[in-house]
Design a protein around this ligand. Structure first.
Ligand SMILES: [Zn+2]
Length: 389
């Protein structure tokens, strides 16, 4: 195993309060030592142990690689026309997903995988070293299973979302579609997934349907996560907490009871400001959640319909500008928060034993991610101890 020391780090975010200042465990004039795919040491450069090779960070900031815990990247086609129409005054409706379903069903496996890989490279260049991704644009047994197979070749964080919308093939019989999602489709999909998800929303699946779907998934060893309370108030968030879902995602329309439930359970609130940006919707109130003691994650929701961005730095800038988060909170939520939303402790931090996933910024500190929105500050990315971008 080769050890590498990265020295002359202007500002290092460890996300370990024992290693530095505040919740981010910030260390100025820092160094990191990598041993194979793991972090072996982190702290002030003056105290760094010797290593086989050295890399000079040139005073740049280093942050943990971003953990994007919510994306929809197995798809074909695009929805430029829908976006253009919406930005010209038409309201967003969940049914727009049908356009992508038709294109995805018509695509070959190779086309779907090439499109996935293209988006993963795009995300990696912007500092994302772990991503979760979902099915949900197939909505048949065969098309959902192949989406998960393709995703599983590229990440461990694969989510079965047969319950994205009721399949157009069974639009007149939603109960039959729920039977399919909890029966033959689950049988075909469970071997390829870690998680099960449902879009609990008016026009998609109601609370009873969502409960049946998530419960069936749990019985097959899949752990729940929920698209909850995005477009309207509803039962999704409380159902997520009740079923010990790892994450309730969107959380845009919350009652006090929803916030209390999140604060009392182990379910992370994952906020996806790219969706509100791309649909001109009201922002989720991150400040309210943080003040209540809720664990908050920030992710892209990258998908061709409602949030076609793969950029976590962009989401950080939105969260700081429009959702009441401080730059420190937004950085934590996009790294350690994403890890919590995936129930992972080996990523999202730069402390001994963690996976050596990190991004170098062409800036003196992580604050610049929000201070300089839209600027490509990520200049170097290491994943599992290897330079990846
Ligand atoms: Zn989503």
């Amino acid at each position: 195993m080769t050890t590498t020391v990265i020295t002359n780090i202007g500002s290092l975010v460890t996300n370990d309060p024992d290693l530095g200042d505040g919740p981010l465990g910030l260390v100025a004039d820092a160094a990191l030592v990598l041993d194979g795919d793991r972090i072996a040491w982190a702290g002030p450069a003056a105290g760094a142990p010797a290593a086989d090779t050295a890399v000079d960070a040139g005073g740049r900031a280093v942050v943990p690689g971003f953990v994007d815990s919510h994306s929809h990247l197995v798809f074909a086609g695009d929805r430029t026309a829908e976006f253009n129409a919406r930005m010209s005054g038409r309201a967003y409706e969940a049914g727009g997903i049908r356009t992508t379903v038709a294109a995805t069903r018509a695509a070959t496996d190779a086309e779907l995988e090439a499109n996935l890989v293209r988006h993963l490279r795009e995300a990696l260049r912007q500092g994302t070293t772990t991503f979760e991704t979902k099915s949900g644009y197939g909505l048949t047994v065969e098309d959902e299973a192949r989406a998960l197979r393709i995703a599983a070749a590229h990440t461990d964080e694969v989510t079965y979302l047969g319950a994205h919308i009721v399949s157009p093939d069974l639009a007149d019989d939603p109960a039959a579609y729920v039977d399919l999602v909890t029966g033959p489709m689950l049988d075909a999909c469970a071997p390829h997934a870690r998680w099960i998800d449902v879009f609990c929303e008016k026009g998609a699946f109601d609370g009873d349907q969502a409960r049946a779907i998530l419960t069936a998934g749990k019985a097959r060893g899949l752990h729940p996560r929920v698209h909850a309370n995005q477009l309207s108030y509803g039962p999704g968030v409380r159902l997520a907490v009740e079923l010990d879902a790892a994450s309730a995602d969107h959380c845009t329309h919350l009652t006090d009871a929803d916030v209390d439930a999140l604060a009392s359970g182990n379910t992370v609130a994952t906020l996806l400001p790219g969706a509100e940006f791309s649909t001109r919707a009201a922002w989720p109130d991150a400040r309210r959640l943080l003040d209540a003691g809720v664990t908050v994650a920030l992710s892209t929701d990258c998908n061709p319909g409602s949030s076609y961005t793969s950029s976590v730095p962009f989401c950080i800038a939105l969260a700081v500008r429009d959702m009441g988060m401080t730059p420190d909170e937004a950085l934590w939520s996009a790294t350690a928060g994403g890890a919590a939303a995936l129930r992972r402790t080996d990523i999202g931090r730069l402390a001994p034993g963690a996976r050596a996933d990190l991004a170098l910024l062409d800036a003196p500190s992580h604050v610049h991610l929000a201070y300089r929105p839209g600027v490509p500050l990520v200049t170097e990315v290491w994943r599992a101890g290897t330079r990846a971008a």
